[in-house]
Design a protein around this ligand. Structure first.
Ligand code: DGP
Length: 114
């Protein structure tokens, strides 16, 4: 158990607009949306960064991707598509040290990112 902000959201100690939940994964709306749809998908387990994943997390990662699919369906992103982003570490601008996937959609997104 940690006091990180996403662990606290996963424990429902801090309110969030939940889009999808399974026993191991939570999807909720980003508080500072960068696109018309901006959902964060997190494993409930505290994993600080993508580089901290290990082989024992394989099933959990599959769950995360299933929830990404379900959240995308629920938010109407299936036809036009969406972007899935993981910021890993300071150069990527990772602000919250709890692994999270950004699901961004609802408009055409630019590439490359800044
Ligand atoms: P990153 O830069 O990849 O670490 O993105 C962190 C994201 O988390 C950022 O887009 C804003 C979002 N965020 C931070 N605190 C909260 C919060 O308390 N609630 C919600 N819903 N989102 C948050």
């Amino acid at each position: 158990m940690t006091d990180c902000i996403f662990c606290r959201i996963a424990r429902r100690e801090i309110p969030a607009e939940v889009v999808e939940e399974t026993p191991s994964v939570l999807a909720f709306k980003d508080v500072h949306p960068q696109a018309p749809v901006h959902v964060l998908v997190i494993p409930k387990k505290h994993i600080p960064r993508l580089m901290d994943l290990s082989e024992e997390d394989s099933a959990l990662l599959a769950d995360v991707h299933r929830v990404v699919q379900e959240a995308a369906r629920r938010m109407g992103l299936t036809d036009d598509g969406f972007r899935l982003v993981v910021n890993n570490g300071p150069f990527a601008g990772q602000a919250v040290d709890h692994l999270h996937y950004h699901v961004l959609g609802g408009r055409k997104l630019g590439w490359p990112p800044g």
